[in-house]
Design a protein around this ligand. Structure first.
Ligand code: NDP
Length: 285
């Protein structure tokens, strides 16, 4: 029977660590850590995410500035706002809540955010730093996944990590992070052949697909660490990519949905905002 990795408790610990660091930062540099959050439109899920981010910022003592633009904002209006936040020396981190309305060019808008204010860690420069194993801002969900995996205390060196999903925001960065930890990494996707044979070899299995209960017990190795990133809304409520009830009987560690990876993302965002502020102070920018 697997040990459940408690993402709620670990995320609270991360936020408490950030809270202490933010307090020391304020005492030392006599200023706030400031995070600007841009929301365009009325998407209900995005509104909830933004509200949760502001709540977490308040908890850790980060000043958050919220900018809400109407759904039919022009590309120029959104770009003008982002550019003004880039130029604003009091702003340490800029977060543009995704997805943006389809009428907007998201890539162009995100590309305006310089690496030093990129709290999401999605910029080409931060992605490049991750690929080169250099310091930078790590994307929040993957960084949270790593924290959960490390919380098991299991030695990672030489372990076979299998990632199912190769998105830019989850699968690819997690693969790089596990490679950095000296795991042997296999990345699977929708065109992978014999998926089950590959996942069944995984000492560490990370599923980021977005398909309810896709990972069944027969796809999992005995005593594996199983991280379920998927968030799927079904008639029976929220569930992950992993058939939790069956897989928990076989794995050594498993993350639940909800209460696993989900809460970590916002906690790591707070950590990133603090690091952006600290780096700007240390570099005098
Ligand atoms: P994407 O849709 O961008 O990527 C899904 C990936 O899964 C793709 O690489 C796709 O392959 C692969 N895939 C799809 N079907 C299969 C299949 N049958 N077999 C193998 N691989 C498959 O999703 P995201 O990475 O953005 O998100 C994945 C899940 O994680 C979603 O449920 C999302 O809601 C959740 N999520 C949770 C977060 C959290 O904070 N907990 C944060 C971000 C995401 P291909 O590339 O070939 O199309």
């Amino acid at each position: 029977m697997a040990e459940i990795i408690d993402g709620k408790a670990i995320s609270l610990k991360v936020k408490e660590e950030v809270k202490e660091k933010v307090l020391s930062f304020k005492e030392k540099y006599k200023r706030d850590v400031t995070l600007a959050v841009v929301l365009v439109g009325e998407d209900p899920a995005s509104k909830i995410y933004v509200a949760n981010k502001m709540k977490a910022a308040e908890f850790v003592g980060i000043k958050s500035l919220s900018f809400t633009l109407p759904t039919f904002s022009s590309q120029q209006n959104v770009e003008t706002l982002v550019k003004s936040l880039v130029a604003d020396k009091s702003v340490d981190g800029i977060l543009v809540q995704l997805p943006l309305p389809k009428t907007l060019d998201s890539d162009k808008i995100l590309s305006l955010i310089p690496a030093e204010k990129d709290v999401d860690g999605f910029s080409a420069e931060n992605t490049g730093n991750l690929a080169l194993f250099k310091d930078g801002t790590a994307p929040c969900t993957p960084a949270g996944i790593m924290r959960l995996i490390k919380s098991t205390g299991v030695e990672l060196i030489g372990k076979h990590a299998v990632i199912v999903g190769r998105s830019n925001i989850v699968g690819k960065p997690v693969a790089l992070m596990l490679l950095k930890e000296d795991c042997t990494v296999t990345v699977c996707h929708s065109k992978t052949r014999n998926l089950k044979e590959i996942t069944a070899q995984a000492d560490i299995l990370v599923s980021a697909i977005g398909k309810p209960k896709f990972i069944t017990e027969d796809m999992v190795k005995e005593n594996a660490i199983v991280v379920d990133v998927g968030i799927n809304r079904t008639d029976k409520g929220l569930c992950g990519d992993v058939d939790f009830d069956a897989v928990k009987e076989k794995a050594a560690f498993i993350t639940p949905v909800p209460g696993g990876v989900g809460p970590m993302t916002i906690a790591m965002l707070m950590s990133n905002a603090y690091f952006c502020a600290l780096r700007r102070e240390l570099r005098g920018i």
